[in-house]
Structures are given as C-alpha cells and as structure tokens.
Design a protein around this ligand. Sequence first.
Ligand SMILES: *[C@@H]1O[C@H](CO)[C@@H](O)[C@H](O)[C@H]1NC(C)=O
Ligand SMILES: *[C@@H]1O[C@H](CO)[C@@H](O)[C@H](O)[C@H]1NC(C)=O
Ligand SMILES: *[C@@H]1O[C@H](CO)[C@@H](O)[C@H](O)[C@H]1NC(C)=O
Length: 410
Amino acid sequence: MLHDRVVSRSYSLSSSKLSRCVLFLSLSYIFFVQMYASANRLQQVRKPGPTPGPNPCPSPEPKPGPSPRPAPTPTPPGARNTTFPAIFAFGDSIVDTGNNNYILTLVRANFLPYGMNFPHGVPTGRFCNGKIPSDFIAEFLGIKPVLPPYLRPGLTREDLLTGVSFASGGSGYDPLTPIEVRAIPMSDQLTYFQEYIEKVKGFAGKEKAEHIISKSLAIVIAGSDDLANTYYGTHTEEFLYDIDSYTSFMATSAASFAMQLYESGARKIGFIGVSPIGCIPIQRTARGGLHRKCADEVNVAAQLFNSKLSTSLHSMAETLKNATLVYIDIYSLFTHMIQNPEEYGFDEIDKGCCGTGLIELGPLCNQFTSLLCNNVSSYMFWDSYHPTERAYRILTKKFVEDDLSPFYDK
Ligand SMILES: *[C@@H]1O[C@H](CO)[C@@H](O)[C@H](O)[C@H]1NC(C)=O
Ligand SMILES: *[C@@H]1O[C@H](CO)[C@@H](O)[C@H](O)[C@H]1NC(C)=O
Ligand SMILES: *[C@@H]1O[C@H](CO)[C@@H](O)[C@H](O)[C@H]1NC(C)=O
C-alpha cells in the first residue's frame, strides 16, 4: 500500500472557496464525461483496413529530416552487444505517439500546450509536454529519437523498419475500455501489427521482415484505463466483477495478447505493469478526500493486477519456444518518486502542471483556458493523468538500464 507522505502539505481553503472549488470540479468532471459520452454516440472508430484511410488532419509531427540514426546513447549496462532493429509499442496513452489523431475520438492531445517541449514545440498527440516512454526506449536503445505512430500517413520504409507505435490513448485490456472512449482496441492494434508485417514483407522480403519482428522489442503497457476509467471511473464493470475477478480478467486478456504477439512472430516481448494510479492527480481529486490523498483502493487494485500479470506472463514464458516474455515493474520506482520527490528534483507531485492541475486532461488542458505552472521540470505530472517528460525520462531510463537484459542475445 502506498502511504502518502505528501498530503501534509496544507490546503488552507476557506469553506466558501472550497465549496466553489468542489462545484467547479464536479461541473468540469461532468462536462468531460459527457463529452466522452456524446463522442461515443456520434462517432465510430475506424476499423483497421488494408490501407489507412484519408487523413483527417495534417501530420503535425516534424520530420526529423534526413538525419540518420542519432549517435547511440551510452550503452546501458548489460546491453552487451545486442541491437534491436526496431521497437513496437502497444497499449494506451503512455506509449501512444499520436495514433488517436487519425481516429474519431476525444481522447486527444494534438493541441497546445501538449507538446510544448517536444522538438520544435509542436503538439503531436502525445499525452505529455514532450517525449513519452515509447520515444525514450527508442532513443536509449540508439534506434531513433522518436517513435512514430503507425497511423500517421506518409511513413517511410525506414520509419517502418525501425519501428512504430500501435498504441491508442484510452485503450485497455478490457474490451469495454476502448469502446467507452472510442480508442483503438488491443485486438485492432494487433490487426494493424499484422498489416504492418505484410507491408514490410512487401518491400523488404519475407526473411528480413521475420528477422526484424523476431529480433525487435515489443513493449506493451495498458491496464491503467481499465482500472481508473472503466472500473473505478464509470463503474461499468464494478457491478459484474469484484476487483479480484476483474484484475484476473485483465491479466488473462493481457496473456492472450502476449500469445497473439508471439503468434505474429514477436520473440522479445515486455509488458510494463500499472503505476500507482491511485496517486495520479485526478484520482486524488476524485477519491482522495479534502486532502487529496492517494486513493489506496485503486493502488491496491493496481498491485493486484501487476502481480497477476507477472504470474501469468511468467508461466506463459515457460511454454513459449525461443521467446523472452518479461514483466517490467514501474510501480516501485513511481512510488519512490512520489514519496521522495526531492531526490528527483520534483517540487510538485500531486497536481498536474496544466491548469489547476486537479482535473485537466485532454480537451480540458488547452491553451485557451489553462494556465501553466512556472517550471514544468519541477512537476511530476503534466496533466491530471500523465507524467511530465522529465518524470517519464527517469522512469524509462531505469527500466531500459535494469530490466532489458533478458532480451539481449546471449
Ligand atoms: C558485437 O558482435 C559482432 C558480431 O557478433 C562482433 O563482430 C563485434 O566485434 C561485437 N562487438 C563488441 C563490442 O563486442
Ligand atoms: C527455435 O529456434 C531453433 C533454433 O534457431 C529453431 O530450429 C526452432 O525452429 C525454433 N522454434 C520455434 C518454435 O520457433
Ligand atoms: C526547474 O526545475 C528543475 C527541476 O527541479 C530545476 O533543475 C530548475 O533549476 C528549475 N528551473 C527554474 C527556472 O527554476
């Protein structure tokens, strides 16, 4: 259980201020949820097809130009002598580098201030002020500085050969999670992956394509939205499942995703667990009481899911031939950062940098209504849900250095 030391920071609100604040929060939250709901009624997720359809918005991501691979960052300890030809990312907003720009959903971040610290200060659809873990993994492994989203039109062969993200903000292991917000379900992310493989076979040949798929790193991260949005947010599944059976269901769905990645040819597969999402600002606001404590119940659920995910991947790993299937923990470091922010140079860990920091997320974090914090680097969270680039960099560096050794060829 996460004991939250930071709540002692005093919140001296007068009672009238407090009631106005609560009213504002409730109205905003209702507004946000209703926008999602109306989006659901009106809009349809584009199904994967053989060719990505017409592009509804111009590609905002700057082309890195003709620059070749970045100078490889210092080899992480344990990296020995392996290079991964490519990185593939699956899951939710933590690794979605912009796929949601190309589908009809309100779970988007392709407007300022999102992206203000991304190269050239452009919003790209990443749910952050800058780069996100999928980018950092590619950067730290010396593959490329940023990982493009698969749905972005005009990807080059080189872009495809070195990897893409299939992830979609708002998705999850529970099939209901992406449906509620019109995100790309995990099953469709796999369909896109298979479509990708066929494309690469088409221009690079079957053998090279299979080599790339089997030697590259496939990273999967999801589950936060199942717990925070579907189970504890809209309570959609709370009546059908207790948390023990819901987390089992999530872990089973994750294991089946792992099996399907394997069947598609992936051989180096890492699943990242859920972070202490009871401590993200919006959970503190919604469930943490007046002092905005961490929502312990949600953290317990995250830990329960992580341990089930770890167990089921471990037992599956023993049956998969020639494959490495690994559970990667970020819960511990994340918790340590929240409990010891000064060690990491963070002054603020319970509010996001965008707006009041209490609720803003997606469309509610925008350049028209949201003031920004003075120093985003001193904040652990960018919006009420997602870490800042600097927090993501710390988290990603740790697991790239410490947890990837099983993937290096002997
Ligand atoms: C890495 O491996 C390649 C091929 O196995 C070998 O030629 C090269 O010398 C190795 N490099 C280092 C630094 O060990
Ligand atoms: C495992 O690797 C060996 C040696 O590379 C190969 O002969 C065998 O077919 C592989 N098995 C599977 C299931 O991929
Ligand atoms: C912003 O925060 C970072 C991290 O704590 C710190 O290193 C930096 O000096 C701060 N910048 C300013 C202008 O205060």
